[in-house]
Design a protein around this ligand. Structure first.
Ligand code: URA
Length: 271
């Protein structure tokens, strides 16, 4: 009986943290695990001789050296000559921890020959189940946003920065993001749209390599470079509020509408 309260508290904690699915066949007793950990000291990794100590900041730590996963992702992405080879390369990539808990690799959907490409953050539960981007509640709002400027899935190409769902929809770690970056960068290069839309702050700040938040980035035309500045192409890019954010903050739809009109005007101008 005494444990029931503990289990209920743990369950409530999981729900509050966004865990909405069971991913294992067998139950795991986390209380037993934490008792063992409390008894044994946690090993502290020592910096290797000749190398600087890893940064306490995880974002910077991810940038200090290239991991095996990043190196492998870069080679696979660079070797993909077209979208189907890129999809096959990503489906065969087993170094991203997110892939182990995801049901599907969510590659992309829509028309790869479209003038406009949208890049969201990562698949949610519905996307993971169906293997398609933006098919859940926020996808439905995105569809309505696109329809308001005469676009639909046939006139757009949609993907995400990450192809695998982070468990419980948690934020991807800097390491997970870094190892997925070569894939999305190659994805954009292969689709080669005239206009890029970053859906939400995470894809905008990561792909533009900017620390500026979405509230200040949204609605601005920015240059996205597909390669090192002189070598690659430059694509006109606009960050917009994520539909999931708009669902939580409906008053911001007014600003989203202004951004959509700017995208519509740009497409009419250049296409
Ligand atoms: N949110 C995203 O960023 N992408 C999806 O595909 C679904 C929800």
């Amino acid at each position: 009986m005494e444990h029931t309260g503990n289990y209920l508290a743990a369950l409530n904690f999981y729900i509050d943290a966004g865990v909405d699915e069971i991913i294992g066949e067998a139950p795991v007793d986390r209380f037993a695990e934490s008792r063992i950990q409390a008894q044994s000291p946690i090993p502290v990794p020592l910096p290797r001789q000749g190398r600087p100590a890893p940064s306490a900041n995880p974002a910077r730590a991810a940038k200090q050296g290239e991991t095996e996963a990043e190196t492998s992702a870069k080679a696979l992405a660079a070797g993909a000559a077209d979208l189907s080879s890129l999809r096959a390369a990503m489906e065969g990539f087993d170094l991203c921890p997110l892939k182990k808990t995801a049901a599907n690799t969510v590659f992309g959907a829509g028309n790869p020959a479209a003038d406009i490409m949208l890049v969201g953050e990562a698949p949610g539960a519905d996307e993971d189940r169906q293997g398609l981007p933006f098919v859940g509640v926020s996808g439905q709002l995105l569809d309505r946003m696109l329809a308001s400027i005469g676009l639909d899935r046939e006139k757009t190409y949609i993907t995400n920065m990450l192809a695998w769902r982070p468990p419980g929809n948690r934020k991807p770690t800097p390491e997970e993001t870094a190892m997925c970056l070569p894939f999305i960068r190659r994805h954009i290069e292969l689709v080669d749209p005239k206009v890029l839309v970053f859906v939400g702050g995470t894809s905008a700040s990561t792909l533009l390599d900017s620390r500026v938040g979405i509230t200040r980035l949204r609605g601005r035309w920015l240059d996205y470079h597909t390669g090192p500045e002189a070598a690659g192409a430059t694509i006109a890019a606009m960050p917009i509020f994520h539909p999931a954010y708009l669902l939580r903050h409906p008053a911001l739809k007014r600003l989203a509408w202004i951004d959509l009109l700017a995208i519509k005007a740009r497409l009419e101008d250049i296409c």
